[in-house]
Design a protein around this ligand. Structure first.
Ligand code: SF4
Ligand code: SF4
Length: 233
């Protein structure tokens, strides 16, 4: 099975989690023939995340970029494997969002859409992907492909319950506090422009490209804390 081989290859090279999905109707309109996806998850360092205190740290910014680079390299390994088997593969950059004509900020394809369909976790009220293993402290990469791949886990429903910790932690008021419903516009939970504008206030840290306060605050990062809020099934 290609899933088993890809899982072993990417885990060996440093992926924290690997998942697969059939995107079906969620496939990219630009690349409708690439209807399957490989999701690669890389965890963030606990120690580095703890340096985010009231504002992002320079160490976090560097770690964020290094983790994205690692994910992009892992995605290239997946592309090599897929192409060696005679299929097409398109790596989606770990971090590459651009303002659209709707003043929204998006990448070429939503990593979280593929990750949800792979059953690796859920989208929290902070609009971040949350895994049972590492909470919000993860970054994602995606490879779109025509290699037929099957999800190994069922889709998980959002499990934030009544928690509003990230909403209260956001200095920009960008998080609405609503539970995310799959398929709903991201704007129902996050004002992406407000978030992006707030990041620019940290110009002394990587020209204002990171914040991380809502990621740092999520109790799912800490298995002991998240049991007090709600829990994964
Ligand atoms: S990254 Fe910062 S500004 Fe953006 S939603 Fe999270 S806490 Fe708010
Ligand atoms: S802080 Fe609470 S509401 Fe926000 S994503 Fe985490 S569990 Fe969900």
């Amino acid at each position: 099975m290609f899933e088993t081989e890809l899982h072993a290859l990417l885990s060996e090279k440093g992926a924290s989690l690997v998942g697969f999905s059939d995107l079906g109707k969620k496939a990219s309109p630009e690349f409708p023939h690439l209807r399957y996806a490989v999701t690669i998850v890389r965890r963030l360092s606990d120690t580095i995340v703890e340096t985010i205190n009231g504002r992002p740290s320079i160490m976090y910014f560097h770690h964020y970029r290094t983790t994205n680079t690692k994910l992009d390299l892992l995605a290239l390994d997946a592309v090599d494997f897929i192409e060696s088997k005679g299929y097409s593969a398109l790596p989606v950059a770990a971090s590459q969002s651009t303002p659209t004509d709707k003043e929204d900020y998006r990448g070429v394809f939503s990593h979280k859409t593929a990750a949800v369909l792979a059953g690796l976790g859920f989208i929290g009220k902070n609009a971040l992907f949350i895994t049972p293993e590492f909470g919000s402290k993860v970054r994602l990469a995606t490879i779109l492909t025509d290699m037929p791949l099957v999800a190994e886990k069922p889709v998980q429903e959002p499990k934030c319950g009544s928690c509003e910790i990230c909403k209260n932690a956001c200095p920009a008021g960008a998080i609405t506090g609503k539970l995310y419903e799959y398929g709903a516009p991201r704007a129902t939970i996050l004002d992406a422009k407000r978030c992006s504008e707030h990041m620019k206030t940290y110009k002394d840290i990587g020209r204002g490209a990171v914040c991380g306060l809502c990621m740092r605050a999520c109790p799912y990062n800490n298995k002991k804390q998240h049991k007090e809020v709600t829990s994964f099934d």
